[in-house]
Structures are given as C-alpha cells and as structure tokens.
Design a protein around this ligand. Structure first.
Ligand code: DGL
Length: 277
C-alpha cells in the first residue's frame, strides 16, 4: 500500500518517534503533523488534546489518505486514543504511553520515576496502567509543567532550570534500596534532552522512552493487515506539516531526524471546536 503513515504530536516531540519509525520502516512514507499552533497539550486539559487529535486525524485522512496513524504524543494518546479508534475503525491507530512496564520489570531498587505532562499523569489511562503494573514497585510521578513548551521554544535556560527543579523533586536516584533506578520519559519532547537528564540523574539510572517499541508495534499492525509498502515501490517520502512556524519544525527535523528532509510546510487547520481556537 503506497499511502503514507500519519504521525502527529503537539510539536517537535513526536520527531523522536518519527526517527524510530523511519529506522524501523525505511520503505514507508510519512506525513508528520506538528500542532505547534495549539500547544502545549499537556497543560490545556484533556478536552483540548482530544479536540485537536480529532481534527488532525480527520484532516490527515482527508488530505493525505493515510493508511495508519501513530499518535506520537503521550498526552494525546491518554486523551484521545479510545475515541479515535472508535471513530476510525478502518485504519490502525498506534499510541504511545509511558514505558512503565519495562521500568517496573527491571527495577532492582523497586522504585521507578515517571516524568510527563500533567494531562498524561492525571489521566485515567495512566492511573489504570499504574494500577495494573506497579505491584510491589513504588512509582513516583512528577508532572513537568512548562517543560515541553520550553523544549519546543528551544529555550535552553528555562529547560535546564525546569528539569533540574523537577528531578530534585523526585530524588534520590541511584542503585541503592529505595532510590529510583529507572526513569520513564513519559513525554516525547523529553527524549531530546535525554543527555541533560542523564547528567542530572547520574549514569546508573536507566532512562526509558517508547520510540523503538512503538515503531515495532506499527510494523506489526501493518504487516498483519498486509499493508506494508513494497521495497520496490518508488522512493518513500517524509512530509512535514505544522500549524506553527515552518522554520522551527524544519530546524528541529534537520537536527533530530535527518538534515536532508524537505522543509516543513505551514498549514492552516480549521478548528472544529470552540476550545481549540
Ligand atoms: N509531546 C507531548 C507528549 O508526549 C506533550 C507536549 C505538550 O504538552 O504539548 O506528551
């Protein structure tokens, strides 16, 4: 099937997932939508993330005829994956959620930390994930207000100040009893500051993100449907769209995905809901 796979996030964070998707599925075409004109999702409430996700999915289907959708945003997944699947039962929809399962499984100290947005960490979806997985393991969570937005704005000083403050609220990190030995990056934006986070936690704390497992899951669902693109098909394309500034998405994509990607296009998306204006 020649149609592209749609991928979206509130901004540049989902590029960390796009990078993993391109590595796992080198023959596929992608359309990536950064909804920077309506970010951050993580602090605007669940209804906003749901409305935006519904609008984006409709327009990716209408304008690009996508054959599958990857929600490259923990916040949008928590808010909207169930309703999107209900409204679009004919295409596979893959979401991302904080990598709590491997963290709990591998924690020797039986204490894991999770950082993410307020909407994700306060969602029912995350509460049931935690409930079903934690068992004897302590799970400490830290909503990081402002952090995804600072990363999106490439504001290094605010990013550094915020992550230092939030990690201080979770300490101690380490490999001794009761210390946090696994830290889940529960927002796709945070993957881009993984080096900084690792410096602050110390080298012995494992950081977990979901790019690679989500890419594998996408391959599986497409293979099951017989919808993988043939390696013999014409060269695949990656199209970058944004409801914010095209230069910002192009710069981030060139830095984090591939310097030769075509420049991003700014798109005007009608908002169908009052909350998302
Ligand atoms: N990248 C999104 C996530 O994974 C959130 C960013 C935002 O708050 O808009 O949760």
């Amino acid at each position: 099937m020649d149609a592209p796979i749609g991928v979206f996030d509130s901004g540049v964070g989902g590029l960390s997932v796009l990078r993993a998707l391109r590595a796992e599925l080198p023959h596929e075409s992608f359309v990536y939508m950064a909804d920077a004109g309506h970010s951050p999702y993580g602090e605007k409430g669940e209804a906003h993330a749901m409305d935006r996700s519904e609008d984006i999915t409709r327009s990716l289907r209408r304008d690009w005829n996508i054959k599958a959708l990857v929600i490259a945003c923990n916040t949008a997944t928590a808010a909207a994956v169930a309703s999107l699947r209900q409204q679009h039962p004919d295409i596979p929809i893959v979401g991302v959620e904080p990598a709590l399962k491997p963290a709990v499984h591998d924690s020797l100290t039986r204490h894991v930390g999770v950082i993410g947005t307020r909407v994700t960490l306060l969602s029912h979806k995350f509460a049931s994930l935690r409930e079903s997985l934690a068992g004897d393991c302590r799970v400490s969570v830290m909503p990081c207000d402002g952090l995804a937005d600072a990363i999106e704005r490439e504001d290094v000083d605010t990013t550094t100040e915020l992550i230092m403050r939030y990690l201080d609220g979770l300490r101690p990190f380490g490999q001794h009893t009761k210390q946090i030995d696994q830290l889940v990056l529960g927002c796709t934006h945070y993957v881009f500051i993984a080096d900084l986070i690792q410096r602050l936690t110390g080298a012995h704390v494992r950081l977990l993100d979901t790019g690679a497992p989500v890419a594998k899951q996408t391959r599986r669902v497409l293979a099951d449907k017989g919808a993988l693109r043939s390696p013999l098909a014409p060269l695949p394309e990656t199209v970058l769209l944004t409801s914010g500034k095209a230069e910002a998405l192009t710069r981030a994509a060139h830095r984090w995905v591939l310097p030769s990607l075509k420049p991003a296009q700014a798109v005007h998306m009608e908002a169908h809901h009052a909350q998302s204006q």
